[in-house]
Design a protein around this ligand. Structure first.
Ligand SMILES: *Cc1c(COP(=O)(O)O)cnc(C)c1O
Length: 466
């Protein structure tokens, strides 16, 4: 499989190169040259396969010749062997039509582990024979950072610099990052929002005088390999609930549009997806974009679901690319204007095309708390604020009742204990795998919201090319 940039002006890459690259040099995101597809029979044959075997079938067309099947199996077995549930991503039934897909059984208790555990191993594998040192730079609203650091800590030939907005991640999230003291892990808190951090990372990749000195790579969901790993659990859960003989809907707590984009790809590949519900909190740019075509930035309001406190969703560009008929030059012009004006009106024809598969909902703090209480009273499930937004959107969705709705449970409730306790009166205990977190030493630097200061700090510590 070959990969092209959504803005049409970057070199075409193979899977190995796209995994190590991250953002394209023209400012776009890499996508496969075409969407691979499965026949109904091929999907039916996934019935009863283990998570790892499902992962191999789903990822193989994207990986191509970069890894043989035995190597891919070996990496998946290692990555998913670190999950605390045998099913890796188990399904749980909430009521007659509603299901939760628990994606939080990995080492850092959020769905980011599903992709990043594999990505860490892919980096190691692809770097082993090369004489290169990778400098991973990322921005996090909490969960990506902890999952990426867990996946990369102590690995040879990689340094990771993770930028988070100071005071805007939960104490558990911060400590999951800052208590990892491996010499190749560098935590930076900036005095700004997640969007500032994300914009900074984008600008660093575009700054040739900085980017040219290091072999930069990304672990944010702009990295294609991450999205690829997330397609797997749509198939795994869909087949268990009756696909390909039955349609399934998914409700996805959404921030950067990565997780729900993986669902879009699953649908493109042939999974019968009735609807993808894009659930947002009050930071609702995606809800406005999909419901009325208004893709314009406001300011970020901090909420109890911080991983969704986002105004610009970088992966939305991947959907826009398809909606622009995969015309990179046309999308580049659109994105240039968006970057200048911070606003975009999505033409009605494109919005209608998207509406065939996507719907959206905006869930405020009351809706979120209601869903937490209702999940607890109906089925005894304690759910986290992000999952609650997804579940509330699923309950509000106007779908044929014979279609099961799977809400992606994106974080373990213990990651957001205060918000869960406020809504339900239940304080979820810390699972054994992170007990001791509050006794460990922390290490991080606080820097101003200034790209030059952050670039200088990284440049002093990163390994230059050659
Ligand atoms: C990252 C994250 C999200 C948002 O996922 P996107 O891929 O950015 O849309 C939702 N919930 C939790 C808990 C997350 O960590």
């Amino acid at each position: 499989m070959r990969y092209i940039s959504t803005r049409g002006a970057s070199p075409v890459l193979d899977f190995e190169a796209v995994t190590l690259a991250g953002l394209a040099a023209d400012g776009g995101l890499y996508v496969p040259e075409r969407w691979p597809t499965f026949t109904r029979d091929e999907i039916a044959a996934m019935s009863g396969l283990s998570y790892v075997e499902t992962a191999i079938r789903v990822m193989k067309p994207f990986v191509g010749d970069a890894l043989d099947e035995a190597s891919l199996r070996d990496l998946c077995t290692q990555a998913y062997g670190r999950f605390s549930h045998d099913a890796v991503t188990p399904l749980k039934q909430i009521d007659e039509t509603q299901w939760l897909l628990e994606l939080f059984h990995g080492p850092t208790l959020a769905f980011k582990d599903v992709a990043l555990q594999l990505l860490g191993l892919l980096f190691e594998r692809f770097l082993a024979p090369r004489d290169t040192h990778l400098t991973v730079v990322g921005a996090t609203s909490g969960d990506t950072g902890s999952a990426a650091i867990d996946a990369l800590a102590g690995r040879a030939k990689v340094d990771i610099f993770m930028i988070h907005p100071e005071g805007r991640v939960s104490d558990v999230q911060r400590r999951q990052m800052t208590t990892v003291l491996s010499p190749n892990v560098h935590n930076i808190a900036i005095k700004g929002s997640f969007d500032d951090a994300q914009a900074m990372v984008k600008a660093m990749f575009a700054d040739q005088s900085f980017a040219g000195r290091f072999r930069l790579s990304a672990v944010n969901s702009i990295n294609w390999a991450r999205l690829m790993a997330q397609i797997v659990y749509y198939f795994y859960s869909g087949v268990r609930l009756g696909a390909p003989h039955r349609e399934i809907a998914y409700s996805v707590p959404t921030g950067n549009f990565g997780d729900v984009f993986a669902g879009y790809v699953a649908a493109k590949m042939g999974l019968p997806v009735a609807k993808l519900i894009v659930a947002t909190n009050v930071n609702d740019i995606l809800h406005r974009a999909l419901s009325v075509g208004d893709y314009s930035c406001g300011s970020v309001s901090p909420t109890a679901a911080p991983s969704m406190d986002i105004q610009v969703s970088s992966n939305f560009e991947r959907l826009l690319f398809d909606l622009h008929g995969r015309d990179g030059a046309a999308l580049a012009a659109t994105m240039k204007e968006f970057e200048a004006t911070k606003a975009m009106q999505i033409p009605a024809a494109m919005r209608e095309e998207a509406a065939g598969l996507f719907s959206s909902a905006r869930i405020d703090a009351d809706g979120m708390a209601l869903a937490m209480r209702r999940a607890y009273s109906r089925s005894g499930e304690i759910i986290d604020p992000h999952t609650a937004i997804g579940l509330q959107a699923a309950w509000e969705a106007d779908l044929d009742p014979s279609v099961p709705i799977v809400t992606l449970a994106t974080a373990h409730p213990a990651k957001f204990r205060d918000a869960v306790e406020r809504a339900t009166g239940q304080r979820p205990p810390l699972p054994a795998r992170i007990s001791g977190l509050f006794e460990r030493e922390e290490r991080y630097v606080v820097l101003p919201n200034d790209i030059q200061a952050v670039e200088d700090w990284i440049a002093e510590r990163a390994t230059p090319i050659g």
